[in-house]
Design a protein around this ligand. Sequence first.
Ligand SMILES: Cc1cc2nc3c(=O)[nH]c(=O)nc-3n(C[C@H](O)[C@H](O)[C@H](O)COP(=O)(O)OP(=O)(O)OC[C@H]3O[C@@H](n4cnc5c(N)ncnc54)[C@H](O)[C@@H]3O)c2cc1C
Length: 413
Amino acid sequence: MAVTNHFLEGKKIIVVGGGIAGCAFVAALHKLWNPDWRLPEIVVLERNPRDARHHNYSISLHGDSVNGGLVALRQLGLLDETLKHSIFGLRSGQFKMWDANWKELMSTQPRPWGDLPTGSMRIQRSDLERILVREAERANAVFHWGIECTRAERLDNGRIQVAVEDEAGVKDDHECDFLVVADGAQSKLRAALRPHDDLKYAGAVQIGGRAEFPHGIPQPIEENWGLLLSGKGVCCYFSAVDKDTVVWALSQQRPEPDTRASVAAPDRFATLKEEALRLGNMFSEPFRTIVESTTPSSAFVTAAMEKEPFRHDDPSLERTVFIGDANHAVSAFAGNGANLALKDGWDLAENLCYQSSLHSAVAAYDSLGFARAAEAIKSSHQKIDFAHCTSVKDSFLRAGLATGRWFMRMRGM
Ligand SMILES: Cc1cc2nc3c(=O)[nH]c(=O)nc-3n(C[C@H](O)[C@H](O)[C@H](O)COP(=O)(O)OP(=O)(O)OC[C@H]3O[C@@H](n4cnc5c(N)ncnc54)[C@H](O)[C@@H]3O)c2cc1C
């Protein structure tokens, strides 16, 4: 008779969403799993077809505290590969704040935590996803691509049933012993299991797009990224995505979210461009050139949305854990959602491997994930207030006094 050493031995785990959090979890579980135990069966259900995800923007990964995504990537054994894709290399690419005339107000280079080689780096989101998917696929997980999960419910026998639909509209059900929900900010499973726990408007609207520069990105954003502050309630974020492309996003605090579609159709580009140039009329060149060089189909208007984290102490969530944006979406102003997703994936896997029961593993995961995400949301509110302040001098003073340590170690947006 087989001896059971671990509560997940021989059980079936479904992971909904093969994004950053989902893949980090699968790869971490594989890495930490004791080879003397029988592996659980792991199935990943991902809405998009493999290789069909094109996120044309870059993200910051942090390595200045134990909660940084670079720490999780090192734990996963993926740090060196990730660093190879650093957009600016490791020694350059600082986060800057400029005034409306591009005079530098502040520059940060976060100190690395422990013996990490850098305190922060930028990477194209699609590069990070590719690295994680490859690692998760090596982990004996079965991936079903192009499968959308629409609902989940607990059966009388305690197992979880997940309803799915493929690209042809064919419906099916999958059952599992443990469900990891990692389907992102607009989580369908959160809507099904926690219908009142939806995204909330974080108070700022961004207009932006991708500007192409076949002959080189204008200085100073060729080598750095950051925020142009006006001191008049408007700011503009810039970051290179590769050697020819810059993503920009001009933002303003507004009492209500913008009701226009989050991705503007190309024929609406002219209106958005005019609006950006009007709102950002105080910004010197190369602001106008960047806005004028935007690829029409890439233009967007989007409201910053977020969602406070939750713990899994509700009995209806027994055997179900939400990680990443599905649990706690932070707006782009936090510059931290991917970091949280990576850490969530690692921490959940680690606690599942080392705790003695599912219940204690989830409680231990909650105590780490909840506090980390709550702090990130609080910090993103400070960033939104600070970036849209109506006087640069005042805003620096306020931020410096109110948030001391945060200000000195300001992270990306
Ligand atoms: C413009 C922008 C800039 C950002 N900058 C940064 C930054 O600098 N630093 C940072 O740390 N974070 C940043 N973020 C946030 C970061 O990208 C997210 O927080 C992170 O991707 C969350 O990871 P996740 O795995 O939880 O969700 P996702 O990456 O969204 O993954 C969810 C996965 O689930 C799949 N899925 C969705 N619904 C279903 C379903 N019903 N069934 C099956 N599969 C489904 C999706 O296709 C996707 O693959 C930025 C985000 C944006 C938009």
